[in-house]
Design a protein around this ligand. Structure first.
Ligand SMILES: [Zn+2]
Length: 185
C-alpha cells in the first residue's frame, strides 16, 4: 500500500473530500453537494486524525478541512479494489460491488463503457474487468480525460455514442422517432 496516507481507508482523497457530509459541504436539508469537485485543490492529501466507535475523522491538506465519515457509510461506499495484491484470491470487492459486476454480466444490449485516463474517482484500470464482463460492449479509456468525459470532451463522447447507435442498427436506423412512434410500440 504505497499510497495509504494519500488514500486512507482505501478511498481516493479527492473522492472522500468531495463526499464530505459536513453542513459546509452538503446542504443538510436537500443533501445537495455545495462543493464543486473542480474547485477542490489538486491532489488533496488525507490523513485519519481521529477514530470513533462509529465514525472516522479525516483531515485534508492543504486546505485543513476536517470531515467525519460514518463507518457504515464508508463500508457501503467501498469501491472495487483494483490492487492485484489486495488479497489471496485477488477479489477484495464488496458484496455490493460483486452484485453490480454480476448484473453487468447479464447485460446483452449493446453497451458503451468509457473511462477517463486521468479519472481519480473511478480507476481506468477497471476498463479491463469491464471489457471481460459486458457481453457486447465497446470499452475505451479516453486519453487526457478525468471523471466527467461528457463535459470535458462532449464532442468525443457524443461521437462514441453515435458510433454505438449506428453499429447497433437501432430502430429507425438511428433516426429520431416521433413521440407517437415511441408510444405506439
Ligand atoms: Zn466539509
Amino acid at each position: 500500500m504505497a499510497s495509504a496516507a494519500a488514500s486512507p481507508l482505501g478511498f481516493p482523497a479527492v473522492w472522500l473530500r468531495h463526499n464530505c457530509p459536513c453542513p459546509d459541504c452538503r446542504d443538510p436539508v436537500t443533501g445537495q453537494r455545495l462543493v464543486d469537485i473542480t474547485q477542490l485543490p489538486n491532489g488533496p492529501w488525507a490523513t485519519v486524525t481521529a477514530e470513533f466507535a462509529d465514525s472516522i475523522e479525516v483531515t485534508f491538506a492543504p486546505e485543513g478541512h476536517r470531515s467525519v465519515f460514518s463507518r457504515a457509510w464508508l463500508a457501503a461506499s467501498a469501491l472495487p479494489d483494483t490492487d492485484p495484491d489486495a488479497d489471496a484470491d485477488g477479489d477484495a470487492r464488496t458484496e455490493d460491488g460483486k452484485a453490480l459486476w454480476r448484473a453487468a454480466e447479464r447485460v446483452e444490449a449493446p453497451t458503451l463503457v468509457l473511462f477517463g485516463s486521468h479519472d481519480r474517482l473511478v480507476s481506468p484500470a477497471l476498463a479491463v474487468p469491464a471489457a471481460r464482463t459486458f457481453k457486447n460492449a465497446h470499452v475505451e479509456v479516453l486519453p487526457r480525460i478525468g471523471h466527467i468525459g461528457q463535459m470535458e470532451r462532449p464532442d468525443l463522447v457524443a461521437a462514441r455514442f453515435r458510433e454505438m447507435v449506428d453499429k447497433a442498427g437501432m430502430p429507425g436506423g438511428g433516426t429520431r422517432l416521433t413521440p407517437d412512434e415511441l408510444t405506439s410500440t
